[in-house]
Design a protein around this ligand. Structure first.
Ligand SMILES: [Zn+2]
Ligand SMILES: [Zn+2]
Length: 425
């Protein structure tokens, strides 16, 4: 496995809104089902022995139902059953009970048999993170996400590449990974940077690729990732025996979709029971957009995306607000506030820019009152760069409408627009 290091330059993942990508309901899963339907396997019964039994045993062991040394380094992981069947080729009651737990975990009829539906699901490519690897947590109503119990202590997370796939250009791989990071960053305050010194290391490898948690050739496990922490924890590994591309298709795996899923693990999410979620364990068709359940999960771990807002009726509860007034304006500006979800250190001045701060003049040329020396200031190292506009919001910015309805002057198209500067700011 070749080692290719990221460049020394710091590059920031674009954090603007990403376009929704249409996903076709392609025939990936159906194709797998057809193969199985054309070749029906007789269902083994209790006491039966055979290759199907051995395969089911190996499958359930790989995904955490039985003790498995390859999974023991996952923090907090425990097998579903403390002992595995005595003979891996015999369908005994322990194996039947494990099949029940597998069926329950994935919404199948839980009859404990290796019926066609169960075998069909076992044939679908998936993530290598085991089933039932989760920690209890408070969930918002109706959500299905799970968490690993660890998160990064910072909202700025760095990543680097240890190796690349031979299936795509490095530029395409970098873009796919950056897009996946940006989608998680788009719904939180997380920001991601490709740097040489990084928490998250990304690599492509086949078979036993250095962490004693081997991949299994084409199909089956597509990738796995470690939950946040030191050393190998937080790292993302893709199975180089898959054929990676952008967009998926028969025999091809969409890197964007799998990267989005695995980065979810590297940020502290575990599998979701919601079959629609990106964090669902199985890869059917490309799913390059976050779903509602994924957003609830990542926001539970890292908080909502920081937003700017305006109030004409006093400070907003739970937000950090700065009163925006003009002492000589006879209109009712005294209960107007500019607010942010987190404290951005903003200060308001009615006497020119504040020395040592980065200030934006707030003015309405048609307003005859003394707004000309009013400034909103932020610390010089603030990540926010504000511009003031008298002609509506600026595309691609986070814009706040500054308005006082009782003011007869033309404040109605005045906006404070902010962009986050590339790190380090
Ligand atoms: Zn996974
Ligand atoms: Zn690995």
């Amino acid at each position: 496995m070749a080692l290719a290091c990221a460049g020394l330059t710091v590059s920031c993942v674009a954090e603007g809104e990403l376009p929704a990508i249409d996903e076709d309901d392609g025939a990936g899963l159906d194709a797998v089902a057809d193969v199985i339907a054309d070749d029906p396997t007789p269902e083994p019964g209790l006491g039966d022995r055979g290759e199907e039994v051995a395969q089911a045993h190996a499958y359930l062991k790989r995904y955490g139902y039985f003790p498995n040394p390859a999974l023991e380094h996952l923090p907090g992981w425990k097998p579903v059953f403390t002992e595995e069947p005595a003979d891996p080729e015999v369908f005994d009651e322990v194996l039947a009970e494990a099949v029940v737990r597998f069926q329950e975990a994935h919404g199948l009829v839980a009859d404990g048999t290796l019926n066609a539906e169960t075998q069909r699901l076992m044939a679908v490519p998936r993530c290598g993170i085991p089933d039932y690897y989760e920690t209890p947590h408070a969930r918002k109503g109706g959500s299905n996400y799970n968490t690993s119990g660890s998160t990064w202590g910072s909202n700025q997370v760095r990543y680097r590449f240890r190796s690349f796939t031979g299936d795509l250009s490095q530029a395409d791989t970098r873009a796919a990974i950056a897009e996946a990071f940006a989608r998680w960053g788009g719904v939180t305050n997380l920001r991601f940077y490709e740097e040489n010194d990084a928490e998250i290391e990304i690599s492509f490898g086949a078979g036993n690729h250095g962490d004693n948690w081997p991949f299994n050739g084409a199909g089956g496990v597509l990738a796995h990732a470690w939950p946040p922490g030191d050393g190998i924890l937080g790292d993302v590994h893709f199975d180089e025996d898959e054929t990676w591309n952008l967009g998926g298709g028969a025999g091809l795996t969409d890197l964007r979709s799998v990267a989005l899923h695995e980065i979810g693990h590297a940020l502290g999410l575990n599998h979701s029971d919601d079959t629609d979620a990106v964090m669902y364990a199985f890869y059917n068709d490309p799913k390059p957009n976050l779903r509602y359940d994924d957003m609830l999960g990542i926001q539970w771990l890292y908080g909502d995306r920081q937003t700017l807002s305006w109030s004409s009726s006093g400070p907003l509860a739970g937000k950090h607000c700065v009163q925006i007034g003009e002492g000589s304006d006879p209109h009712t500006w005294e209960d107007n506030y500019f607010c942010s979800d987190q404290n951005i250190g903003a200060q308001w001045s009615m006497a020119g820019p504040i020395a040592g701060m980065r200030c934006t003049q707030i003015v309405e040329p048609l307003d005859p009152h003394a707004w000309s020396d009013n400034y909103l200031c932020v610390p010089t190292n603030s990540k926010w760069l504000f511009t003031w506009r008298n002609d509506g919001p600026a595309a691609g910015n986070s814009c706040v409408h500054w308005n006082e309805y009782a003011d007869p002057y033309t404040w109605d198209d005045n906006f404070l627009c902010g962009v986050s500067l590339p790190w380090p700011w």
